[in-house]
Structures are given as C-alpha cells and as structure tokens.
Ligand binder design. Structure first.
Ligand code: MG
Length: 123
C-alpha cells in the first residue's frame, strides 16, 4: 500500500514512516492538510491516509470537511489523534474518517488497523 502520513510533527512523520516501511508499505508525508491535497493530486494512487488532528494551515478536521464537501477523493482516512473525547471522534467519523488511532501507537496497532482495512476492502 501507498500510505500518506499527514502530521505537522517531523519526529512523528519520521517515526510513522519507519513503521509503514517496516510493515512493507510505501510511506509518503505531508505537513498539513493542504500539502496532503497537493500530494494526492500528484499521486492519486495513495491507498490510505493517516491524518493528524492539530496542524497549522489546514487541520485534520478541515481536511476531512473540505474533502467531503467537494468530493475530492475516496481514499480511506484514519485519524491519528490524542483527542479522546467521544464527540470529537464522532465528528471525525461523520466527516469521512473510516477509523482512528490513538497516539502514541505501536507498529502492532498500526499493522492491526491496516489488516482490518484490507479485509474490509477485500484484498
Ligand atoms: Mg499535530
């Protein structure tokens, strides 16, 4: 899978990229939502987006809402978040995220989530 990681923290981009590589997938990175749209415009074959919540320029929720309002792409999106309020998680899910991962997470948790998605997609 080609997996786009969207986060404003360079250490997190680096750490999650390593996990994605370790799991045999190809990581791409973007530092905020607008940069993520730019990456997807150039590489529409991205299979999964891992999306941070709090970012400058365009945050995760703004990214979800723009994508939903303008029907830009249908790539599955997982929120990566430290937000654990049910209202916020529900908001992300109703705005187009298919799942969420609580930060910090391990490579095993990421692997598990990706496998569930692959089962869902029938791979
Ligand atoms: Mg952030």
């Amino acid at each position: 899978m080609k997996i786009l990681i969207v986060d404003d923290s360079k250490p997190i981009l680096s750490m999650v990229s390593s996990m994605v590589t370790e799991l045999g997938h190809e990581p791409l990175v973007a530092e905020h939502g607008q940069a993520a749209f730019d990456v997807i415009a150039k590489q529409p074959d991205v299979d999964l987006v891992l999306l941070d919540w709090n970012m400058p320029v365009m945050n995760g929720l703004e990214f979800l809402e723009k994508n939903q309002a303008e029907s830009i792409f249908t790539i599955p999106i997982f929120m990566m978040t430290t937000e654990n309020s049910p209202e916020k998680i529900q908001k992300a899910l109703s705005s187009g995220a298919v799942d969420y991962i609580m930060k910090p997470f391990t490579v095993d948790i990421l692997e598990n989530k990706i496998e569930l998605l692959e089962d869902l997609l029938g791979d």
